[in-house]
Design a binder for this molecule. Structure first.
Ligand code: ZN
Length: 315
């Protein structure tokens, strides 16, 4: 049994409009679902990805206006890296300059080049140029398809010590150690490469993180179906982790547990996906609610802040 890669990553944002504008109009991702936090329906849950929101491309946000800023630190996923085509780095540097996006000089890492940048809430992101990513980008955004983001490249976890997290990844979840340099230990899942890479950063002197605006809430790993997920649940519970029951997230089914360093992990099923309640053409075009919240649609919609979607009127 092996995890095959990153399913989605969820972070906390501040202003929802600012978040939509940045991820669609600047980064060129598609909004693949507009819904609410099922555990807190007064808050949006915004999903961005490629055309259909394929696992490994999906970044999601809970936006809380006026919530406090979080703090990057240990026990947290501290960097989300997107994959871009080889040769696209220059385009993105110009693009960030044109949109006043803060970024740092590209740095060489292993056999790749990484460009660190920050979203409007200070969430730390990266672009990694990679030659052999054959995934297809969303072509409806403002970025030319031959330069566009193809999905996740990797996620980096900051840990006070890396050994127990490494052991969970390699001995239980099926990752393999592939490279290390300095304080960075790289693991890859399944076929490896973009969307299947996790870097564990050993940062014993770093301060502990605080999850709030501008930080990652959890990282979800892919599993093919409900049976495999049930098997994961058994395995993880048997190791003594406090793993949740299976939650119906409408577009996937989820279990959650905290890895030894404190990062919240989720294991999510690939099916049914975002076309469960919208066609591919319709994805993200209106507020979708799960059946159990649908009877309260009017109340929920009235309490949410207005939101202008790309190329559309107000939600
Ligand atoms: Zn999740």
């Amino acid at each position: 049994m092996q995890i095959s890669g990153i399913h989605h990553i969820t972070a906390i944002a501040g202003n929802p409009q600012q978040n939509v504008d940045f991820y669609t109009a600047v980064l060129g991702l598609r909004m693949v679902k507009l819904t609410v936090n099922f555990d807190d329906p007064g808050t949006y849950h915004l999903y961005y990805g490629n055309e259909v929101g394929h696992p490994g491309t999906v970044l999601t946000f809970f936006p809380f206006r006026d919530a406090p800023k979080g703090r990057r630190g240990t026990g947290q996923a501290t960097t989300i890296a997107f994959s871009i085509p080889e040769g696209a780095m220059g385009y993105w540097i110009d693009h960030f300059k044109g949109h006043n996006v803060p970024f740092e000089n590209p740095e060489a890492r292993f056999d790749e080049e990484a460009l660190v940048f920050y979203d409007p809430d200070g969430l730390k992101l990266e672009l990694v140029a990679y030659a052999d990513d054959d995934r297809l980008p969303w072509e409806g955004g403002p970025v030319p398809p031959e330069r566009a983001i193809l999905g996740f490249y990797s996620v980096a976890l900051s840990e006070e010590g890396y050994e127990r997290t490494a052991a969970l990844l390699t001995e239980t979840l099926g990752f393999r150690a592939t490279q290390e340099h300095g304080d960075r230990y790289r693991y890859e899942a399944g076929a490896g490469g973009p969307g299947a890479v996790v870097d564990v950063l050993c940062h014993p002197t770093e301060i502990a993180s605080r999850v709030a605006v501008g930080t990652v809430h959890h990282v979800a790993w892919r599993t093919p179906d409900d049976d495999a997920q049930a098997a994961w649940r058994k395995t993880i519970a048997a190791l003594g982790y406090n793993v949740t029951p299976v939650m119906d997230r409408q577009y996937f089914h989820s279990i959650y547990f905290r890895e030894p360093g404190g990062v919240l992990f989720e294991i999510a099923t690939d099916p049914p996906g975002f076309t469960k309640d919208e066609t591919v053409a319709e994805l993200g075009s209106g507020l979708k609610l799960p059946p159990w919240l649908e009877p309260r649609r009017d109340l929920i919609a009235q309490a949410l802040p207005p939101l202008w979607l790309p190329g559309e009127g107000s939600q």
